[in-house]
Ligand binder design. Sequence first.
Ligand SMILES: NC(=O)c1ccc[n+]([C@@H]2O[C@H](COP(=O)([O-])OP(=O)(O)OC[C@H]3O[C@@H](n4cnc5c(N)ncnc54)[C@H](OP(=O)(O)O)[C@@H]3O)[C@@H](O)[C@H]2O)c1
Length: 245
Amino acid sequence: MTRQRRVALVTGANKGIGFEVVRQLRREGFRVFLGARDEKGGRAAADKLNKEAEKDSDLVTRHTSLVTFLKIDIANNESIKRAAEEFSKQSDHLDALVNNAGILLDDDKDILTTTPETFEITLRTNTLGALLVSQAFVPFLKKSDAPRIVNVSSSGGQLTDGADGWAPAYCISKTALNGVTSQLAAALPKIAVNSVCPGWVRTDMGGANATRSVAEGASGIVWLAADAPQQETGKFWRDRKVIPW
Ligand SMILES: NC(=O)c1ccc[n+]([C@@H]2O[C@H](COP(=O)([O-])OP(=O)(O)OC[C@H]3O[C@@H](n4cnc5c(N)ncnc54)[C@H](OP(=O)(O)O)[C@@H]3O)[C@@H](O)[C@H]2O)c1
């Protein structure tokens, strides 16, 4: 019996780390759904990666791997449900869900000046968004032999050693995302659910002075989505090592 091709979904993948995660998973032979809220940008990103695949020297991945755009706004539950419905028409199972989409709105603010609007949209996107996407796609993950959820978090959300005051809404949203990881891991013993920090990465969010390339930032995420031991769950990782919450 041939093993069915592995399928992944990456949210917020029209650019930055998410785009690179799709690229690396495709090279590992996955069929990847490239999630993006903007249709034009999402389709253009998927087209670019499919064109890259045509030039692949590896004949197997050239012919079998495929990137498919999936419209999904993780801050909107109706959009998430529509995305799950659309996904069900194209695949009966999902092996890896990478909750990558995120926003950083308050890197110039402190906790005393963060507005309710900023706090709310940041937690709605970075925390609740990842939870709602996980809920919507768990039925497909349950049909995988080795299902995984990877929540892209940040060391800014670590509570060990205390906060340094930077971007409080963003950091709190990632602390809470780590809580989502821990709760989902408890609720879903057959699914490996982990948080990962990509390090400081040169993207629109990370800025030009960041220390890591997108390829370096994506690498630990891809490892958890594709290659980490299946029994590893409910943990927080960076560079393939467990780090404190
Ligand atoms: N860069 C770093 O140094 C760093 C460090 C630690 C953690 N991270 C985390 O890594 C992840 C990716 O960050 P990045 O650096 O690649 O950031 P980025 O370049 O700003 O990309 C963020 C992605 O998330 C998408 N997104 C935002 N809100 C969304 C929504 N409501 N629905 C769907 N997609 C949405 C964006 O789409 P649009 O283009 O439509 O806005 C974009 O594709 C984030 O979770 C971030 O917190 C990054």
